[in-house]
Every structure is written in C-alpha cells, then in structure tokens.
Design a protein around this ligand. Structure first.
Ligand code: GDP
Length: 296
C-alpha cells in the first residue's frame, strides 16, 4: 500500500492539494478534473465523480478539509466498486487442480505475473505446475522456466512451434496426474489478427477443458498503455471469458485511474496489481486500500 501511494504520487499530490486548499473554487475543480484525467480515469468517470462531489460539497455544506477528504474517499471507493468479487479461484477442485490461464498481449507482463503468482501460491504451501503454451518464441518458454526454478516449481513446455493447445493440455494432464493444486498456463499474446487469436485462445481453453475446467482466465494489462490497453482488453474479452484482470506496472505510474475504466469497460474486476519486476511485486487489489493509498 505504501509503495502504491508513493508511486501514484501525482494523483495523491493533486488530490491532497485540493483538500488542503481551504476554499474550493472553480479553479480547484478544474485542477481536480485535470488530475483525474491525467491519471487515466477517463473523461466520463471524471465528470461523474466531479459532479457528485460538487453536489455533496454544496448539500452537505463542506468547509473542513476532513469532511472533504471523507467525502472524496467515499466517492472514490464507490467508483472502484468495493462490491466486486476479487477472490482468485486457485484451490483444488475435487479431483482436479485449479487451472489458471493467463492471457494478454506480448509485453504486458504475463510471464512475470505467472512467476509472481506461483510464488504467492508456493508461499501458501500449494503445489503448482506451470505450462508454457507460448510456443511461438523459444525465449518465452525459457523465461517461464527461469521463473519456475526461481520460485521452485516445475514447467511443462513443448518444442518451439509446437501446438500451444497441446502443450497446455500436457501441462494440465501432468497436473492432474501429479495431483497438484494449481496449474498456471502462460499463453501467447500475438495480436496480429483477431481471428487468429480467437481461434488459438479458444482452442487452448477447449483442449485444456478435456482434462479439467479452467477456473480463472486472467487478462494481464499494462497500466501504462492507457487507451491502447483498453482496446486490447475489449478484444480479449470477446475471445475468452475473462474472470479477472491483472494490472501491471502500476509502480512508477500515476495511471491508477485506469483501474476504474478497465472494470467499467469489461465488467470484470481487477484482482491483482503488479508493482514491480521482482518476485514479490504482486498484490491483491482491494478498493478501500487502493483509495487510502491514493489519498496518502
Ligand atoms: P509478457 O510478454 O506478457 O509475458 O511480458 P513479460 O512478463 O515478459 O514482461 C514484460 C516486461 O515488463 C519485463 O521486462 C517485465 O520485467 C516487466 N514487468 C512485468 N510486470 C511488471 C510490473 O508490475 N512492474 C514493472 N515495473 N515491470 C513489469
């Protein structure tokens, strides 16, 4: 939480300045909107939030920074939506392991997220197996295997150019056989054609499900890519049933507002956030903690 606060300090600073300024003028509201839009909250959510705050400030006769802060906190939490179910389905399902598919465009942080998530599960004493279904680049499987050895879990991989679905199937088959708790499958993220991707990810999922149900499909989005990230997210949402979003690279970025946009656009909760390149830089996402971090 502290890390998030420090790293989102553009947003934090903007909001805190507003709160400590005493009287709230038209200029304050303008600056406020600008800060929110800069944070990638999006124009519509920004306008909505500002309207709500203006009304409440007036109706409730706010003239103390503590009251302004309390109302701002309430409205930000509501915007992030504390009612969404952000739990991760990674526990064994009866006879079967949980199966987590990790999808997203190249460079978003999929492989890194798989490694970090494996680390979290291993720390909870769970048996994890990784599947390297990005078979287009040998380097991708190598990178995943490196993460695996780093966090102490095995990786199932195929030859370069092997059918991604068959590697995913092998990984889940091995997971069932070895009675692991969770198989995490890293997938390819080439977005050159939508049909190509649709065919491939759909196929990977269908083939996996011949062995065991997929319990989570996590869409990894780079928080720093703004509108582009949103467009990609929409395409993935159409091709697979995304159950949760992982927003990476929130460290060093004041673009935390993207969380709200992504959730609204996709109707899917942000479940995890990436806060760095290290093995421990993955955190569960939680509306109130996030807002508190923003407000310092
Ligand atoms: P993939 O192509 O989607 O599998 O992406 P990678 O996992 O290879 O990550 C791409 C780059 O982003 C790598 O250099 C990662 O170290 C970096 N990365 C991933 N997640 C984060 C994060 O949360 N914060 C930062 N700063 N870098 C990250």
């Amino acid at each position: 939480r502290e890390r998030l606060a420090g790293q989102n300090n553009l947003l934090a600073r903007g909001l805190l300045n507003l709160l400590s300024g005493g009287t709230v003028t038209e200029e304050t509201w303008d600056a406020f909107e600008e800060t929110l839009i800069t944070s990638d909250l999006g124009v519509a959510p920004t306008m909505e939030l500002t309207e709500k705050l203006r009304t409440r400030f007036k109706v409730e006769g706010v003239n103390q920074p503590e009251d302004a802060r309390r109302i701002l906190r309430e409205e930000l939490v509501a915007l992030v939506d504390p009612t969404m179910d952000r739990s991760l389905n990674t526990a064994r399902q009866g006879e079967n392991p949980a199966v987590v598919m990790v999808v997203g465009v190249n460079g978003a942080g999929k492989t890194t997220t798989v490694g970090k998530l494996a680390r979290v599960l291993v720390a909870e004493d769970r048996d994890v197996l990784l599947g390297a279904a990005d078979t287009f680049r040998a380097a991708a499987a190598d990178q995943l295997e490196t993460w695996g050895s780093r966090v102490g879990v095995a990786t199932v991989r195929g030859a370069e150019g092997a059918d991604p679905a068959s590697v995913a199937f092998e990984a889940v088959r091995a997971g069932v056989e070895q009675e692991v708790d969770c198989v995490i499958v890293d997938t390819a993220g080439r977005l050159h054609t939508k049909t190509g991707l649709m065919d491939e990810l759909g196929k990977v999922k269908r083939v996996i499900e011949k062995k065991a149900p997929v319990t989570e499909v996590l869409l990894v989005i780079d928080a720093t890519t703004g509108q582009n990230g949103l467009t990609q997210a929409r395409i993935f949402r159409e091709v697979v049933d995304v159950t949760g979003i992982v927003l990476t690279k929130l460290d060093g970025s004041a673009k935390g507002g993207i969380i709200v946009q992504v959730q609204r656009e996709l109707g899917v909760p942000v479940k995890l956030v990436g806060l760095g390149e290290g093995a421990d830089d993955l955190a569960p996402f939680e509306a109130e903690g996030f807002v508190d971090a923003l407000l310092g």
